[in-house]
Design a protein around this ligand. Structure first.
Ligand code: ADP
Length: 945
């Protein structure tokens, strides 16, 4: 920084600025000066570049001139949002003493710090999405993770005990998708590493601005820590490298904040309790460390928010179905693979919620499917109730539509940042809740009740239970209505907020000011009459206040009591003692009344926070559930879903199942439904062969999606469904290169497959869509078959499995393994053209129809003909027969078994070596070389039986 620190030499304002800046060197400082937030020095340069605002200079006197940029105070939120989106953190410094009463400088201090995980500005938040700030620590064999949404007050923590704690944390972070993650800083940088956000640039919503570095940085200077680095992972622990996909910004935070004892104390102090037992995390040191760090960060950046973090929920991921990031992506739960948007995802199909709270809850349900039959049935009861009582559902949804975001509005009261308009919205929302309750109590159509018999009664109970949890807090609504005008302005400093009749003193001030203004209005007429000057005017400007203006030609008629104030080219301006007196009255009254209005508003907001916020938040939670349940009922009705039966068996039975997204997305062709029967004792593995484009992938995903929908408590697209609860869905789908990590298609495929074989349990569902595609045919076939054998024979990971492959030779395997059921998709040929019937039938495909598909895709006719000739020749030579025979006899080599399955056997040097291989650092060529070497050694060690 150019300026010196010797404060005596500085102008007082400059000295004050530098002092504030020193308290937050790592943030861009918005410094309030009158109606503007000004930025100085390097902050000004960054802001001018990033926000495209003018860069000027400010003269502080005494020869100091600094770069300066400014934004009007009422528009600051938008500018702050843009900076935060780009990975900067922003400190907002306000005037905290009254300028009118201050002698000398107004006092200023940093009132809030805005970081990606702590934004509160509604324009920066997606309504139906939480904005989470998370913190994580990974220890030996365990990891802790905490997250908070400061706009809703949700604060949760968990601890994993796992062989691979990094993986567990990564998976959970992928579910949560935090806007900002705190990790222990590795202490690498020599400068103060706190509060530095590393923009990963990959997670959802990340803005793309790769060039946002700091070109002006000179070696040896303290680095401007708010600068989003171009490429900086140096401060991160190793495990954090694996989360760049799911986390938008990573902030290394000083390790001392993650310290167990101080974290525990911080939590105890914050919640004012003697033990963390009540929160269920007293014995979870890593959970405590992450929650403690999180709290410290919120304390540091968000004065005023802490108060509304009133509870901490300790949860266990074991209560939920595990969905790893691949599966979430493969099944397109939140984003369509095609366009990356929400359209075409499962969420898109299911989200008929009417409130932002409902939208957020549905997202949460979808990312945390349950493993509890009773809890799921309770959710399904609500959906069923909504489905049966159509008029009631319509009525309730109509009211829900008007409820608004009660949860965030109540939290804005607690945070003391609600605007007058927020409070009016809050009142409107509460009013809608009251109407909803009243509307629901209307007598139901007796004919309908009679028709549905007992079911309606049960259904009504499920809805009634949710309604009983609602509290419209009518006193809160009345208080707001009584205090505020119907359409208040957005800001609180300029008056016009308070309803007439609410406060007598205020009414008097406003009346006085009105009288004064009337007197001024009348003055012009009076003075014209008195002086005979017909063009005499009364005017007002900021410098001189009110005045009487008289043109040059009339100056001779000016009465003696006029006092000359200003000379213009066209005339002169005068004042009178009376005029000054009334002016003072008007201005005084205005100043006092706006101040009083502001005070009354602040009081109202505090009253709401203290007396009603908790009740409103509880209501918001109940509304969210009602909203999600009724939304799911609407989807179920529109698309004719059925209620799934849930049990603890290891079977899946679906009658006429459909793919929920494909059936909606393709309007021209009707969707062909298919049955599914899987059970560990009989058909454990469905081996689905069939030509490309026949519908294999669609079928696989449809089964997985139906299971998933069942376990969030939704009805499902089928005529009947019975699902034995699934602890985890694994998917290995398609071939895609992971360019970001430099892994080849085949490598990615094998890593994912290995993960499945290591982690699947008899309660899991495994979806394998093509295995061994990325390598030579024989390799591919061998691996595919070995995987089937392993899943079939190994009871520890014998999961219900759907396996689709274009290797129709694999069908032979079914003859050897009793729990493998081969099936295919019916195809007919008509006049040389292939028609896909989309119907799953037992048996195997006899042909791959690849050439037909090539034809459909528009490959030139000559190429197609030539391909047919070659195929015929090959078939004549019996290549097919030979390959099939080979399949039957093929034994998978021990080395390959080792690579894929690891060992349930005694420790073996080969296995030990395999475990330590840094596969992710190898090129595909090196990996194959290593594999070859291992194979050679394995063959040496154990000659084939
Ligand atoms: P495969 O995996 O066998 O190559 P896909 O599952 O990708 O085939 O299906 C190809 C296309 O066929 C899908 O995009 C969809 O439009 C259509 N399709 C698949 N299954 C059905 C079905 N059961 N009913 C109607 N259309 C289907």
């Amino acid at each position: 920084m150019a300026a010196t620190d010797s404060s005596q030499a500085l102008s007082p304002l400059r000295a004050q600025y530098l002092q504030v800046k020193r308290s937050c060197p790592d943030a861009i400082l918005f410094f309030r000066l009158g109606d503007f937030y000004e930025l100085f020095d390097e902050d000004a340069e960054i802001a001018s570049r990033e926000l495209e605002i003018a860069l000027t200079r400010r003269d502080f006197g005494r020869g100091e001139r600094s770069p300066m940029a400014g934004v009007p105070h009422h528009a600051a939120d938008g500018y702050i949002a843009r900076l935060v989106n780009k990975g900067y953190r922003v400190a907002v410094c306000d005037q905290v003493s009254d300028p009118a009463l201050s002698k000398g400088l107004v006092e200023r201090e940093v009132v809030r710090m805005v970081t990606p995980g702590t934004v509160v500005d509604p324009t920066m938040l997606a309504a139906k999405r939480n904005n989470f700030l998370a913190a994580a620590v990974v220890g030996r064999g365990a990891a802790g993770l905490a997250y908070v949404d400061i706009t809703t007050g949700e604060f949760a923590v968990t601890q994993f005990s796992a062989v691979e704690p990094e993986l567990a944390v990564q998976q959970e972070l992928a579910r949560i998708g935090p806007a900002e993650l705190l990790v222990e800083s590795g202490g690498v940088p020599s400068f103060n590493p706190t509060l530095r956000s590393i923009r990963t640039g990959r997670g959802a919503g990340a803005t793309s601005n790769p060039a946002a570095g700091s070109p002006g940085h000179r070696a040896g200077e303290p680095f401007a820590l708010h600068t989003p680095p171009d490429d900086d992972s140096s401060g991160l622990p190793r495990w954090a490298e694996g989360i760049r996909e799911s986390v938008r910004h990573i902030t290394p935070y000083e390790a001392r904040y993650f310290q167990e004892e101080s974290s525990r104390e911080r939590l105890l102090r914050h919640f004012e309790v003697a033990s963390l037992e009540g929160f269920g995390c007293a014995h979870l040191p890593l959970a405590i460390r992450s929650a403690g760090a999180l709290l410290a960060y919120v304390e540091e950046t968000q004065r005023g928010v802490l108060e509304h973090l009133t509870s901490l929920e300790t949860y266990s991921t074991e209560r939920f179905m595990v969905l790893d990031p691949h599966t979430r992506r493969n099944l397109e739960l939140f984003q369509s693979g095609r366009n990356g948007g929400e359209q075409g995802s499962l969420l898109w199909v299911l989200d008929q919620t009417q409130t932002p709270m409902g939208g957020r809850l549905l997202r949460r349900w979808l990312s945390q499917p349950l493993l509890d039959v009773d809890a799921l049935n309770a959710r399904l009861d609500l959906v069923e109730a909504g489905l049966r009582d159509v008029p009631l559902r319509a009525k309730l949804r109509n009211y829900l539509d008007r409820v608004g975001d009660l949860e965030r509005l109540a939290n804005r009261c607690i945070q003391r940042i609600a605007t007058p308009r927020d409070l009016v919205h809050l009142a409107n929302g509460l009013h809608a809740v009251a109407e909803l309750q009243a509307g629901a109590r209307l007598p139901q159509d007796p004919a309908l009740a009679a028709r549905d018999g007992g079911a309606t009664k049960d259904g009504a109970a499920a809805i009634a239970e949710r309604l009983a949890a609602l509290d419209a807090a009518p006193e809160a609504e009345a208080l707001i209505r009584m205090t505020l005008v119907d359409e208040p302005p957005a800001i609180i400093t300029e008056g016009g907020l308070i309803r007439a009749g609410f406060h007598q003193e205020l009414d008097e001030m406003l009346a006085a000011s009105k009288d004064g203004r009337q007197w001024m209005t009348d003055l012009e007429r009076r003075e014209r009459e008195r002086t005979g000057i017909n063009n005499l005017k009364v005017g007002y400007n900021k410098v001189f206040g009110y005045f009487l203006e008289i043109s040059n030609s009339q100056l001779s008629r000016v009465p003696g009591d006029y006092i000359r104030k200003q000379t213009l080219s066209t005339g002169e301006r005068f004042i009178t003692p009376d005029l000054k007196e009334y002016e003072a009255l008007i201005l005084n009254a205005h100043e006092k009344s706006t101040k009083l209005e502001q005070e009354l508003f602040v009081q109202l907001r505090a009253d709401l926070a203290i007396q009603y916020a908790e009740r409103i938040l509880a209501t918001a939670r109940a509304l969210a559930e009602l909203d999600v349940g009724l939304g799911l009922a609407s989807v179920a009705e529109r698309w004719n879903y059925c209620r799934p039966q849930i049990n603890d068996s290891t079977t899946i039975h679906l009658v006429a199942g459909r793919h929920p997204v494909v059936e909606q997305a393709q309007v021209e062709t009707p969707f062909v439904p298919n049955d599914t029967n899987l059970s560990l004792d009989e058909q454990q593995i469905l081996l689905l062969t069939g030509p490309n484009m026949a519908g294999k992938s669609t079928y696989l995903r449809q089964v997985a999606l139906i299971v998933l929908m069942t376990q969030i408590g939704s009805f499902v697209p089928a005529e009947a469904a019975s699902i034995g609860l699934i602890d985890r869905i694994f998917t290995r789908i398609g071939a895609q290169d992971d360019l970001a990590t430099g892994q080849s298609t085949f490598m990615v495929e094998m890593v994912e497959t290995a993960n499945i074989l290591h982690h699947a349990t008899p309660r899991s569902l495994v979806i394998l869509d093509e295995i061994g595609r990325g390598t030579s045919t024989y390799d591919g076939l061998a691996i595919a078959r070995a995987v089937i054998e392993y899943l079939h024979n190994n009871r520890r990971c014998g999961a219900r499995t759907l396996f689709a492959t274009h290797y129709h030779e694999l069908v032979e395997v079914a003859q050897l393994f009793p729990h493998v059921q081969p099936c295919t998709i019916a195809v007919t040929e008509e006049g040389g053209r292939v028609i896909f019937l989309r119907k799953i039938i037992p048996g195997g495909a006899d042909k791959s129809y690849g050439i037909h598909v090539a034809q459909l895709a528009g490959i030139p006719r000559q190429v197609i003909h030539r391909a047919e000739e070659i195929l015929e020749e090959l078939e004549k030579k019996g290549a097919e027969r030979v390959r099939r025979k080979a399949m039957k006899e093929m034994a998978v080599s021990p080395a390959l078994q080792l690579m894929l399955f690891g060992g349930e056997r005694e420790s073996n040097p080969l296995i030990e070596e395999l475990k330590t291989l840094a596969i992710e650092e190898m090129t595909p060529l090196e990996a194959i070389g290593k594999l070859y070497e291992l194979q050679q050694r394995a063959r040496r060690d154990s000659p084939p039986a």
